[in-house]
Design a protein around this ligand. Structure first.
Ligand code: 13P
Length: 254
């Protein structure tokens, strides 16, 4: 039995400016909890708050993540950001392929693959998001969809170790809707994803990759979700914006 360290990650989406980011992190640090002792804690502020976030997190175990990375190191790509730029700011992780990127900004499995490769090239841990829509679930194609997203998203990329890859299963119908996947529904997909990861890189690798669940995670549903054997943490949207809720989730997951 492999022990995978739980990851509790806050995806702040387009919320919190630099001052609010610093205030949140200061409060989190003051909570007196030994953050990072029993689980890894990560927050993903917006680009303009990353630098302040990295500074504020210094001396704690809180990791700071970006929410996107381009596959080129520089060039004519208005509105994008590159791996070297993220390295300069000092973040350790980057969220890639979130369903909001796929839905509103034309992200595809191919661009996700290119971004994951860029992240790995620049020593950033990809938090690779995937998940089916409500229509896909109702049509019975959940497994087919997440398999395609996983296989095409990873493609030929080569994380040197399983610790350098985090997968986040986020059923689109559960994001921001208050409708959480049941622990059984989530566990079923997580176990399936782990089997697919074993196909990709072998059982040993698959057993070490953390697979997070995302979609209306809150303090009161965390324990049940995290007690599933293949759920190794949470990617939290709304409930990661308030220190009390975020701490509550960390508490319940620990
Ligand atoms: P909510 O927790 O607000 O449902 O958002 C989940 C999410 O999209 C995290 O990436």
């Amino acid at each position: 039995m492999f022990q995978r360290k739980i990851v509790i990650a806050g995806n702040w989406k387009m919320h919190k400016n630099a001052a609010e980011t610093v205030a949140f992190l200061e409060e989190l640090k003051k909570s007196g909890r030994d953050l990072g002792a029993s689980c890894e804690v990560m927050v993903a502020p917006t680009f303009t708050s990353l630098e302040a976030g990295v500074k504020a997190a210094k001396g704690s175990n809180i990791c700071v993540s970006a929410q996107n990375v381009h596959w080129e190191d520089k060039g004519a790509f208005t509105g994008e950001i590159s791996g070297p730029m993220l390295n300069e700011v000092g973040v350790t992780h980057v969220i890639i392929g979130h369903s909001e990127r796929r839905q509103y900004f034309g992200e595809t499995d191919l661009t996700v693959n290119k971004r994951i490769k860029a992240a790995i090239r620049h020593n950033l841990i990809p938090v690779f998001c995937l998940g089916e829509t409500l229509e896909e679930r109702e049509a019975g194609s959940t497994f087919q969809v997440v398999k395609r997203q996983l296989v095409e998203g990873l493609g030929d990329c080569a994380p040197e170790s399983a610790e350098k890859l985090i997968v986040a299963y986020e059923p689109v119908w559960a994001i921001g809707t208050g409708k959480t996947a049941s622990p059984e529904q989530a566990q079923e997909v997580h176990a399936f994803l782990r089997l697919e990861l074993a196909e990709y890189r072998g059982v040993d690798f698959a057993n070490k990759v953390r697979i997070l669940y995302g979609g209306s995670v809150k303090p009161d549903n965390t324990r049940e979700l995290m007690s599933c054997p293949d759920i190794d943490g949470g990617l939290v949207g709304g409930a990661s914006l308030k220190v009390d809720d975020f701490l509550g989730i960390i508490e319940q997951a620990s």
